[in-house]
Ligand binder design. Structure first.
Ligand code: C5P
Length: 237
């Protein structure tokens, strides 16, 4: 389960990141850098994670014209990101260009291909919020599955979605398609702004390949104990 838990380092405080990653180092393999952590660590993060046997998920949710996203993804690949995401709603051409660029970077630098993910619909949005913000007739779950298929057709490895949508995504995209799920809340943690949530055990039971956990670990009084408890809950699933 250690390979399936991703801890979100959601802070721009370099000392806190040092402390958190040092504390969690022997227990957690994957760390996720969003804009906050990335602004604190920059490209230095990649060799540092690598030396310590860790894997880096670059969660910058790229969403731009194909040429720009291709350059962004190529650059992150070259520097050693193991997982990179982009908004699937950026479109097929954008995702195809990203994939091609990652392939070129891996060939040129003899490095492994990162896991490329499309973000479907953010897990902080529920059905009501989806209707209000997107005005789509399709409905939230159908939109998630539609975007997952679009990402798959464009050559991405998988998607970021809620654990509540794993089943329809698996049906549409198959078992080899990677599903990464944030929106994870152990019973003992507060929900915060997340809406489409499950516990760590339920996400694993439903078939998540990776779960992403931020605040329940990084804001816990004892982050190491929280991470260990979550891993136990995942193992018990
Ligand atoms: O603190 P919490 O566990 O809610 O953190 C979830 C993390 O996953 C955050 O870093 C958030 O930006 C990220 N994320 C998400 N929903 C997505 C994609 C990424 O919550 N669809």
């Amino acid at each position: 389960m250690r390979d399936r838990l991703i801890v979100a380092l959601d802070t721009d405080d370099g000392e806190e990141i040092d402390w958190l990653s040092g504390t969690l180092m022997d227990t957690v393999r994957w760390f996720k850098m969003g804009f906050q952590a990335f602004s604190a660590l920059g490209m230095e993060a990649f060799p540092w994670f690598e030396q310590n046997g860790h894997k880096a998920f670059v969660d910058l949710k790229f969403h731009d014209i194909p040429n720009t996203v291709a350059r962004d993804v190529g650059m992150m690949t070259k520097h050693g990101a193991h997982m990179i995401n982009m908004h699937a709603s950026g479109g097929s051409e954008m995702m195809q260009a990203a994939r091609k660029s990652a392939e070129n970077a891996t060939a040129k630098n003899s490095i492994p291909m990162p896991i490329l993910l499309g973000v479907t619909v953010l897990t902080s949005i529920d059905e009501t919020g989806f209707q209000r913000n997107f005005g789509s007739e399709r409905g939230l779950t159908k939109q998630v599955v539609y975007l997952a298929q679009l990402a798959q057709e464009a050559g991405l490895s998988g998607v970021v979605a809620s654990p509540l949508e794993i089943e329809p995504i698996r049906k549409a995209c198959g078992d080899d398609f990677v599903i990464v799920t944030p929106g994870i809340r152990p019973k003992w943690a507060s929900q915060g702004d997340q809406r489409r949530i499950t516990t760590p055990a339920e996400a694993i039971q439903r078939g998540a390949d990776y779960i992403v956990v931020g605040r329940p670990i990084i804001e816990a009084e004892d982050p190491l104990a929280a991470a260990k408890t979550i891993l136990e809950e995942m193992k018990g699933a």
